[in-house]
Design a protein around this ligand. Structure first.
Ligand code: TRP
Length: 353
């Protein structure tokens, strides 16, 4: 089976721990399993513009930031083709054909799109481009004949649109596309990591995120201010695990080895939780433990980032080379798409009657 993996992010800010456990970690594991023929990661600048039309500079400047985040976190550009969406114009031609296969109301009913329209205050005046982004995303995926798409939980309904378009295309014009599978992380908390405030999922817009590029001091400050159990006032008080962000992060990031290294009086997370629930375990101790774990993860990422930041041109070269490679693949698929649709006008020439 030739597996083709494709995924991407909008370049609207640096990547944070929610991105890391929600998708980036799975991507790195997939990369290292080597069970694929082609692997693409797209920096979706055109998609980012669908709700940032007046903010081109933000999108433009974050392309390199996201690329540096990928590579410093462990994505290997020798194995994975990293590219900028707008450098593959074939995607937008494919989008145009796909737009005829989906209705406006279908997109408006999509739960992710519905939420995002609300969040952005687009109810009164909805940009066509924004409503259309799932269609364009279907083109991103199907232009590479990708069958595996590692994403966070909120993207699953968007992947449904891709599946519907692929089916509709196959039914209308003949079989071109295969089944696409969205891939979520196995650990549930990782699919939707909560923010430091305990209210929403971790996101740039909610201002409740720890970024991969945050320095040690910033990470510590953020962790020390994370929401825990508001009724756990004295160390002796019994504490609640549910809704406690520090424990949510431990569920996402902590392994048994971490106890041996940083908190040897406990064997594992279950023991730590039991003590917290019983009372007698203070928040500060748990937070410092989490801080050690997060810093262990981020220290090598920071070092790699520093190296790349001193060599930004090299990173741009990686992206531009990736763009050429991605474009060649998308051109092949576009040809197949047009042939299936009967848009191969060259064939009309020299046709003997
Ligand atoms: N919508 C994705 C996000 O907001 C980004 C994206 C664009 C993407 N094209 C894609 C993800 C194709 C997976 C596949 O994060």
């Amino acid at each position: 089976m030739n597996n083709i993996i494709l995924t991407g992010d909008r370049p609207t800010g640096n990547l944070h721990l929610g991105h890391y456990v929600g998708s980036l970690k799975t991507r790195i594991e997939l990369q290292n399993k080597n069970d694929y023929d082609e692997y693409y990661i797209m920096i979706a600048d055109t998609q980012a513009l669908t709700d940032n039309a007046n903010n081109v500079d933000k999108v433009k400047n974050n392309i390199i930031q996201v690329a540096i985040d990928y590579i410093s976190a462990g994505i290997d550009p020798n194995k994975v083709t990293i590219f900028i969406q707008s450098q593959v114009p074939e995607l937008f031609e494919i989008t145009a054909y796909f737009m005829n296969l989906v209705s406006v109301s279908r997109l408006q009913r999509n739960p992710t799109i519905k939420d995002e329209i609300k969040q952005r205050g687009f109810e009164k005046s909805l940009p066509i481009g924004f409503l259309n982004y799932p269609v364009s995303q279907a083109a991103d995926i199907l232009a590479f004949n990708a069958n595996i798409v590692p994403v966070g939980e909120d993207q699953m309904p968007v992947i449904e649109v891709t599946k519907e378009i692929a089916h509709s295309f196959n039914n209308t014009y003949g079989q071109v596309f295969r089944e696409v599978k969205g891939l979520l992380p196995e650990n549930k908390i990782c699919a939707r990591l909560p923010g430091l405030d305990g209210k929403l999922k971790m996101s740039k817009s909610a201002g409740n995120a720890i970024y991969l590029c945050d320095d040690e001091k910033t990470v510590k400050e953020k962790i020390m201010s994370a929401y825990t159990d508001p009724n756990h006032i004295k160390v002796a008080d019994p504490g609640q695990i549910e809704g406690n962000i520090v424990f949510a992060y431990l569920d996402a990031f902590c392994k048994d080895e971490h106890f041996e290294k940083y908190l040897p009086e406990y064997k594992n997370l279950d023991e730590l939780k039991a003590h917290y629930k019983r009372g007698g375990l203070g928040d500060v101790k748990v937070k410092l433990f989490l801080n050690n774990i997060i810093n262990e993860l981020l220290t090598p990422i920071r070092a790699k980032r520093k190296e790349l930041e001193e060599n930004v041109d090299k990173v741009y070269d990686i992206l531009f080379e990736g763009g050429k490679k991605a474009r060649a693949s998308a051109q092949k698929m576009l040809k197949k798409i047009k042939e299936a649709m009967g848009l191969d006008y060259e064939k009309l020439k020299n046709k003997k009657n």
